[in-house]
Design a protein around this ligand. Structure first.
Ligand code: NAD
Length: 362
């Protein structure tokens, strides 16, 4: 059996707990993995001078595959997201987030099964911003006012929304190919092209072009606000949805809500050569160190990772084991219970033990 070397970034907040649980579950599939464990985030700044040290990026570049726990981004401090930086540094241009429900999950919905593909490098998420009152902001405002004939107020902060033909084309080509490879039949392009004609309008135009290259896959588009409503009212109509970065961020949480919560939503950041797997949820700081949060989101990311490295059978077994633990409903965390303080809820590490046991049972 081939040995795989994979970079593991435990993350911070509840990251180390859910990462350890996910590693145990992945190891229990029997796939031979050598883990290269590296810390990143605010906690390593003192030691390495930056939150995303070069040796961490080098490890991922070498191994081509990584799985990471969430990393905290303080709000309103000027410190930029390490998660976004990682995606940008490694050019992980597509974020794939399956929204699939399993019997036994506590949710208003059953039989949810659609996928969000989120463009990961552009849009308002590109991090091109000018702070209110700075010389750069004032210069940008003057320039934009001159070029557009409009008048942005001088006490504004500015965030820029770039959407390019190149990045749009590659994420749609990826999504169509992914749909084809994974037995999916339809792509829905999500946008607000009626209002943002030169960014979302471009996005839609390129989507239509790429759709012409994949005649076997159905294509349609939806305006993002309508999409939000449709996903709540008629989620069964959707298969693979493709959206710019910010809409993808927001609708991913909506998707997580449909399938039982953030504790169950996994994902994969994919580039041409490198893939980094991570849950949709963040570092849930208030639960740090309490052995409380649900590691299944990270385990479902592990399912995607195993399939990605060619261990399809192990990925399928891990998914089935997770489905069994969810269906049996005994070894699940608080978020999967009717009441948040249900005393029968188990901890993060107990879920890992239960999943490993189901895998070992075979
Ligand atoms: P969050 O996802 O960390 O938590 C929101 C709430 O969701 C939690 O309080 C908890 O009630 C619930 N939750 C989240 N994960 C759960 C789990 N595994 N099991 C059970 N319940 C869970 O979102 P937030 O509070 O907005 O963000 C906290 C920090 O995480 C911020 O610093 C943010 O920037 C960061 N973040 C990181 C990533 C990432 O690493 N990719 C993603 C999102 C947010």
């Amino acid at each position: 059996m081939a040995r795989h070397t994979i970079t593991l970034i435990p993350g911070d907040g509840v990251g180390p707990e859910v990462s350890e649980a996910a590693r145990r579950a992945i190891d229990a599939t029997g796939v031979d993995i050598e883990w290269e464990i590296h810390d990143a985030g605010l906690g390593v700044i003192e030691q390495h001078g930056q939150p995303l040290p070069e040796h961490v990026l080098d490890s991922i570049r070498r191994n081509k595959v990584a799985i990471k726990g969430p990393l905290t981004t303080p709000v309103g401090t000027g410190i930029r997201s390490v998660n976004v930086a990682l995606r940008r540094e490694l050019d992980l241009f597509a974020l794939v987030r399956p929204c699939k429900s399993y019997p036994g999950v506590r949710s208003r919905y059953q039989d949810i099964d659609f996928v969000i593909v989120r463009e990961n490098t552009e849009d308002l998420y590109a991090g091109i911003e000018f702070e209110q009152g700075s010389d750069e902001a004032l210069e940008a405002i003057d320039t934009i006012n001159r070029l557009s004939g409009r008048s942005i107020r001088h006490d504004s902060g500015i965030s820029i929304k770039p959407i390019s033909i190149g990045a749009t084309r590659r994420v749609f080509r990826f999504a169509f190919q992914w749909a084809r490879d994974n037995g999916r039949h339809k792509i829905t392009a999500v946008h607000k092209a009626n209002i943002m004609k030169y960014t979302d309008g471009l996005w839609l135009r390129v989507a239509r072009d790429v759709a012409g290259e994949f005649p076997d896959i159905e294509f349609e588009d939806r305006i993002v606000d309508n999409m939000a409503m449709q996903l709540v009212q008629k989620p069964e109509l959707y298969d693979v949805t493709v959206m710019p970065n910010l809409y993808g961020d927001i609708l991913s949480d909506l998707g997580a809500g449909l399938i039982g919560g953030l504790g169950l939503a996994g994902g994969a950041n994919i580039g041409d050569e490198i893939a980094v797997f991570e849950a949709t949820h963040g570092s849930a700081p208030k639960y740090t160190g309490q052995n409380k949060t649900n590691p299944m989101a990270m385990m479902f990311s592990g399912v995607m990772m195993l399939r990605h490295i060619g261990e399809v059978d192990a990925g399928d077994r891990l998914e089935r084991a997770l489905a069994t633990v969810i269906r049996e409903g005994r070894a699940v965390t608080y978020d999967m219970k009717e009441s948040r303080d249900d005393p029968t809820a188990v901890g993060t590490s107990e879920v890992a033990g239960a999943v490993a046991e189901v895998l070992q049972r075979g």
